[in-house]
Each structure stands twice: as C-alpha cells, then as structure tokens.
Design a protein around this ligand. Structure first.
Ligand code: APR
Length: 247
C-alpha cells in the first residue's frame, strides 16, 4: 500500500469504528523539540535511565536525579504542542476519539486541548512531599533546584519533594488500570502514535484492541498484527487523516 492509500485506509477505519482510542509515546513530541528515548541518537543512548532517572536513584542519590533527570524535565515544560497533538484533539472534538493514553510526561496533549487523557507515566504540572504528601506546583520544585536547594524540600515538614512522574521502579498509578479496563471493555480500534511499544505494562495495551493502526517511524513488535502501519511522522500523518475525515 502506498502512503495515500494508507492514509485513506486509516481514515476509513476511524470513521467506521465505534470506540476508537489513541496510545502515544515519545515520538509524538519529537516534532515539538523533545528527543525520544530509543531512536538512533535517542536519550537512552546518551544517559543510562536506571542510573539517572529511576525511583532507586531518586531515593538513594537524589542529587544525581535532580541534576540530570529533573533538569531535563524542567526544559520539557517549555515545549509547545505540534500539528500531531492538535489533530488528536480535533479527532476527539469531532467525536471519533473516545480517549487517549499517553506515556509522555510533557503535558502537550492537555495543552493542545485533548479532554480525556490518561497520562499513565505522570506529568510535569505538580510534585508532592514524600513526608506529608502535600502537593506543590512543579514550578515550586524548579525554583528550589535553580536556587541550588537540591533536593527540593517541603516548607511544612522538611521532607524531600518529588515530581508527579512515574519513574522506573515506581508502581503504575490507578489511572493506568482505569484506562486498561476501559480499553479492554470497549476499544474496537487503537491508533498508536510514536511509540516503540517495548515498555511494559503500557506495551500490553495494543493487545486489548480489536484493530490497530500504527504510525511510527521505526518497526514495532505489533506491526504484524496491525491493519495499517504508516512509517511517517505523526505531524504529517495525523493532519492528513483529519483532513480526510473533515471532507
Ligand atoms: N513520528 C512518528 N514516530 C516517531 C517520530 C515522529 N515524528 N519521532 C520518533 N518516532 C518513533 C521512533 O521511531 C520510536 O520508535 O517514536 C518511537 C519512540 O519510541 P521510544 O523512544 O521508545 O519512546 P516510548 O515508546 O514513548 O517509550 C516508552 O520508555 O523510557 C521510557 O518512560 C519512558 O514513557 C517512556 C517509555
């Protein structure tokens, strides 16, 4: 199938579906200037996630976590949604997309206007105290780290603060299981955008869908099960699909 036929087929499957959902990964935001993890030149080729960005590092060596992983998080908050994010918000507004599961912590789906978003790896809008559990805006953590207060601490009880993100070694949040149940019960079509589909348990979600569309620059372990696989950029493919559905 050539590219035009793939786009048409994808648009047709979305039009015919009753309960289409979307699953996104880091490839969704590379066009917003945020590098992904596993592409050639991706972040995990540069730094070791377990030695810099895991729960174990946060608890045992917070200075490394805050100087490496957290500094990258703080940069991400300045990114803006791209045409792909805006197209997914439009698909929901048009009634085609029932919800969106994202592994991204950048908050760009929310910024683009998507309403039903499960941010299953957390987000960068807040953090909380490991002692009294009090929540703080993410900016409050950034201000302390920029002022060399590392790790940032709670003004009420003085315990360490941590961002609301799911690190390697953390349990998945309850909202992941909410998303899981809804997809297992309803999803007749899953649109996967910009994910290598190798990180579990999120990588189990495509197995719950009756049909799959995969938009990803590189092959994934689910390609052989997909009705359509499009090896192009999300920022090109998704607006083209929206255009066909709006016509
Ligand atoms: N359009 C489509 N695909 C893209 C684009 C793009 N513009 N840019 C990159 N990609 C593809 C890459 O080819 C790659 O296969 O997106 C995929 C991104 O895969 P990963 O880097 O593995 O990201 P992701 O699947 O989100 O990783 C899952 O791993 O380290 C953890 O917690 C982190 O949430 C992350 C999880």
């Amino acid at each position: 199938m050539n590219y035009i036929a793939q786009i048409r087929e994808a648009a047709e499957l979305i039009r015919e579906s009753a309960h289409c959902y979307c699953l996104t990964g880091a490839g969704m935001s590379t066009e917003s200037g945020i590098p992904d993890f596993r592409s050639p030149g991706g972040l995990w080729q540069e730094i070791d996630p377990i030695k810099t960005s895991s729960a174990e590092v946060l608890y045992n060596n917070p200075r490394v976590f805050y100087e490496v992983a957290f500094t990258r998080f703080a940069r991400i908050t300045r990114a803006e949604p791209n045409a792909g994010h805006r197209s997914l918000a439009r698909l929901e507004q048009m009634g085609y997309l029932k919800g969106l599961v994202t592994q991204n912590i950048d908050g760009l789906h929310v910024k683009a206007g998507s309403q039903r978003v499960w941010e299953v790896h957390g987000h960068l809008r807040s953090g909380y105290c490991l002692g009294c559990q009090k929540r703080y805006p993410f900016e409050f953590l950034v201000e302390q780290v920029e002022g060399k207060q590392i790790p940032p601490s709670c003004p009420t009880c003085n315990h360490m603060l941590r961002p609301d993100v799911v690190l390697f070694g953390d349990p998945m949040p309850p909202l992941f299981y909410e998303a899981w149940e809804e997809l297992a019960g309803q999803c007749d079509l899953l649109l996967v955008c910009g994910s290598s589909l190798v990180v579990y348990p999120v990588a189990e979600l495509p197995a719950l869908a009756r049909k799959l569309i995969i938009i990803n620059l590189e092959p994934t372990p689910y390609d052989h099960l997909a009705a359509v696989v499009i090896r192009e950029k999300c920022g090109k493919v998704l607006p083209a699909i929206v255009e066909l559905l709006e016509a």
